[in-house]
Design a protein around this ligand. Structure first.
Ligand SMILES: O=C(O)CCC(=O)C(=O)O
Ligand SMILES: [Fe+2]
Length: 280
């Protein structure tokens, strides 16, 4: 799937853009499926959270999203009374985090033979898709994603995350494309997001990143971005009138040890399933 040169570039920079990964029909299928999921979602089931015990119920919803198809609002979606300012379809920040297992359309994309070949090219023996997100970056209110490393949130020993991020719409510097720091994966994972019971904390403060040194990754709909788990990346808020839909899946090496401190702990009846297993 990848040329030797692409693998070399990926090892050097910690990220790689693969143009034209998906065609218009596949993109349309995923966007349409997300629209259907949002149509079926009742925002009332969540707005309860804004009245009582906000942080602990929100944390529970977040923790349970490890084994669900859950909906998260844009922070700027609500007015002072806690009501949505715009239709729910323009208010949701993301859907996550088990759609790669539970939704047929996203499952197929996340486990395609093309993805398996890519993971094989990157040396995975037992790649496990562990987390998926449909990210909307809504027009005008799409929230920023602060600079981070994905392995901070999905820790294995040794660290083994690879993220794939596919643009379902053109991503530009105006609507909040990814920005990345080439080579930032080299020093490894800088901090961890840990769970103790139902409490979530970072073990350290974030390093000070000089955001001016980052490179924007404007891409066309259908282009795939591959990110090393230690690559540092972020995206700005979207103040443009155009949404920036993307679908992202994080894979880990199944022969590495899944940290018991990870926020993501699956329900026992929904174990992680490898794309393939190489013996020996
Ligand atoms: O889509 C974005 O803006 C950020 C996504 C991200 O951080 C990821 O997929 O790992
Ligand atoms: Fe990320």
């Amino acid at each position: 799937m990848l040329t030797a040169q692409q693998v070399e570039q990926y090892r050097r920079d910690g990220y790689l853009v693969v143009p034209g990964w998906a065609g218009p029909e596949q993109l349309q299928e995923m966007r349409q499926r997300a629209e259907e999921l949002v149509d079926m979602f009742d925002p009332e089931s969540i707005s309860v959270f804004s009245t009582r015990n906000q942080s602990s119920t929100t944390d529970d919803y977040f923790l349970e999203s490890a084994s669900n198809v859950s909906f998260f609002f844009e922070e700027k979606a609500f007015d002072a009374e806690g009501k949505l300012r715009q239709p729910k379809g323009l208010s949701i920040n993301k859907i996550g985090h088990a759609m790669h297992d539970l939704d047929p359309v996203f499952r197929e994309f996340s486990r395609s033979s093309k993805i398996s070949e890519l993971m094989r090219d990157l040396g995975y023996r037992r790649p496990l898709p562990v987390q998926s997100m449909y990210i909307f970056k809504q027009p005008k209110i799409g929230g920023e994603v602060v600079a981070h490393q994905d392995s901070t949130f999905l820790y294995t020993d040794p660290p083994s995350v690879t993220g794939i991020w596919i643009a379902l719409e053109d991503a530009t510097v105006h609507n909040g494309c990814l920005w990345t720091l080439p080579g930032s994966h080299i020093p490894g994972v800088q901090r961890r997001f840990c769970r103790e019971g139902r409490k979530l904390t970072f073990d350290k403060d974030p390093p000070a990143y000089d955001l001016d040194t980052f490179t924007p990754l404007p891409v066309k709909a259908g282009d795939l971005v591959v990110l090393d788990g230690a690559n540092v990346h972020y995206s700005h808020e979207n103040s443009s009138p155009h949404s920036r839909h993307a679908y992202s899946v994080h894979y880990v090496e199944g022969t590495a040890e899944w940290a018991p401190q990870n926020w993501m702990q699956r329900r026992a009846d929904l174990p992680f399933e490898p794309l393939y297993t190489l013996e020996g």
